[in-house]
Design a protein around this ligand. Structure first.
Ligand SMILES: Cc1cc2nc3c(=O)[nH]c(=O)nc-3n(C[C@H](O)[C@H](O)[C@H](O)COP(=O)(O)O)c2cc1C
Length: 172
């Protein structure tokens, strides 16, 4: 049987929620990033890494990229949660820049739209968002959709977005 391990890095809970939704649908185990060093990779056929996108970079992805050599021979996938709208052409481009061409060929990468949670955000991330908001305001104006989209918390996460990842995981 295909044994799946999901290692996830979450700051405000979106990535964790998606990981839990995957667990409801598949035979997988979850491990938070903080406990990544306890993983026994030999016990799994498929390793999935999940993290939020942070100024273009998938949280914790450096660690996963280093692990990829050790994990060669296993099925590898990454899912990234983010505030980018699902219909825009940006997600694919933004995610691709996290990997070398060679790594990209060895992976399946999925984008899962999530949202923003100002209540759970740490101080540094709040400050970053404040800077981003003021840039948006200058560039697009206070009434623009783009500015309003980053001005308050919202949650567009949905099990619907998980379908391609679930299909991939169930293929074997
Ligand atoms: C400082 C900061 C930067 C972010 N940058 C991006 C980004 O570049 N692209 C994006 O789609 N979402 C971005 N987001 C939104 C997060 O990726 C989104 O809320 C994600 O689901 C968080 O996952 P987590 O709660 O599991 O940590 C950013 C959020 C913060 C707080």
């Amino acid at each position: 049987m295909n044994k799946i391990l999901i290692i996830y890095y979450t700051k405000t809970g979106f990535t964790e929620r998606y990981a839990q939704w995957v667990r409801e649908e598949t035979n997988c185990e979850l491990l938070p990033y903080s406990r990544r060093d306890t993983a026994d990779f030999t016990a799994y056929d498929t390793i999935v890494y999940g993290g939020g996108v942070h100024a273009g970079a998938i949280n914790g992805i450096k660690w996963f990229r280093k692990k990829m050599t050790e994990l060669s021979g296993k099925r590898l996938a990454v899912f990234a949660t983010g505030a980018m709208p699902p219909e825009s052409p940006e997600p694919e481009k933004a995610l691709k820049q996290n990997f070398s061409e060679e790594e990209w060929q060895k992976l399946k990468v999925f984008y899962l739209p999530s949202g923003l949670n100002y209540e759970k955000m740490g101080a540094v991330d709040r400050a970053m968002m404040a800077m981003f908001r003021s840039l948006m305001k200058k560039k697009e104006g206070e009434d623009s959709e783009a500015y309003r989209a980053v001005s308050a918390s919202y949650d567009i996460s949905s099990k619907e977005y998980l379908k391609p990842l679930l299909q991939y995981l169930k293929e074997n």
